[in-house]
Design a protein around this ligand. Structure first.
Ligand code: NAG
Ligand code: NAG
Ligand code: NAG
Ligand code: NAG
Length: 313
């Protein structure tokens, strides 16, 4: 709550009247405080266990989030937990910026994938995307062109702490989540491995065989389930999900509640997958309402049953 700090000078009155007015302002402030506390403790059942001091109001639907409770129980909260969802919104999501793009020397290219997507959606404007990992958001981005030319927006997920600051300085008109997608239905901490000279966006292991010498570095990163991030933005339907996190995609999707959110198009990189993992991914998606549409580059395109008619061009 903002405190009124402006001092009114006693213009044309006596000191007595000034003091009376001062007491009246204090009384008013006290009344506001009481009303505020009343709202705080009665607005939803979850707020009742909280105490003043650990309680703050989130901007999200005017509902409260108990930061201390969430942080103490972080690794045990289910992806659908309302407190976790609000906490995620406050702690890990940065809103789209209204600032002009800041790309330095980069240009925006229409990648093969944006090209396929925009054709599939018949030049639709104002669509919604998710890109994970988003990397620095411009060079090689599979959503940048859609955002800039077709006014799409959505969510960019990038957890490499060395890349996130670069992503943010580019001023994308999209939300940014600075976490890794959890390969579990609860948040977690991951030992992130990063090839020092490369800028890959996420892996749990070293699944590939890059035939170049590079040093590896390791750091711990926060993971948040994909569902929690999407629920924090109130998303229930996404037009295009570009999913490329160096091999962790299958593990992330295995605990995703497909009945709660649909992706009309999922483009998923399978470069590091064994034949068995490709089969497992295919079965997971097809048993949850998706159909295989096309191989593109080193990725596979799946579309949701509800939009499969758009495949007929
Ligand atoms: C989409 O836009 C492109 C380029 O402006 C145009 O060539 C194409 O015919 C449009 N497609 C549809 C389905 O409107
Ligand atoms: C572009 O999208 C924004 C919301 O992200 C919307 O307010 C605006 O009206 C859209 N512009 C056009 C031309 O559709
Ligand atoms: C992360 O994994 C690497 C490789 O297995 C190991 O050397 C490192 O100690 C681990 N770091 C943490 C914090 O667990
Ligand atoms: C990585 O960096 C080291 C020195 O910093 C260099 O010797 C090596 O050639 C680089 N590797 C690649 C693949 O760029």
């Amino acid at each position: 709550m903002k405190k009124e700090t402006k001092i009114h000078s006693p213009s044309g009155g006596t000191i007595f009247r000034f003091i009376t007015r001062m007491y009246l302002s204090y009384a008013l402030l006290a009344l506001i405080l009481v009303l505020f506390l009343h709202l705080l403790f009665t607005s939803s059942p979850e707020t009742q266990r909280n105490y003043l001091g650990v309680q703050i109001l989130s901007a999200f639907k005017g509902q409260a989030v108990d930061i201390e409770y969430v942080e103490q129980n972080l690794l045990h909260l289910d992806q659908t937990d309302p407190q976790l969802i609000r906490y995620t919104r406050i702690r890990h999501l940065s809103p789209p910026t209204n600032l002009p793009y800041n790309f330095g020397a980069y240009g925006v290219s229409k990648t093969e994938m944006s090209e396929w997507v925009i054709k599939f959606f018949r030049n639709m404007t104002n669509g919604r995307f998710i890109e994970a990992g988003a990397n620095e958001g411009v060079f090689g981005s599979h959503t940048m062109w859609l955002e800039k030319e077709m006014n799409w927006t959505g969510l960019l997920v990038e957890c490499n702490p060395k890349i996130v600051p670069h992503l943010k300085t580019h001023h994308r008109n999209a939300w940014v989540a600075d976490v890794c997608l959890a390969p579990s239905p609860t948040p977690g901490i991951l030992n992130f491995s990063n090839p020092t000279n490369w800028t890959y966006s996420g892996t749990m292991k070293k699944p590939w065989n890059i035939p170049v010498s590079t040093k590896w570095e390791f750091f711990e990163v926060q993971t948040i389930p994909l569902y929690t991030l999407l629920a924090a933005l109130d998303y229930t339907s996404i037009d295009y999900f570009n999913f490329d996190v160096e091999g962790v995609e299958l593990a992330v999707l295995k605990t995703f509640p497909f009945d709660l959110i649909i992706f009309k198009v999922i483009i998923i990189e399978i470069y590091f997958y064994t034949a068995e993992e490709k089969k497992e991914l295919h079965e997971l998606l097809t048993s949850n309402g998706y159909i295989f549409a096309k191989d593109i580059s080193i990725d596979k395109i799946y579309v949701h049953n509800s939009v499969k008619h758009l495949l007929e061009q």
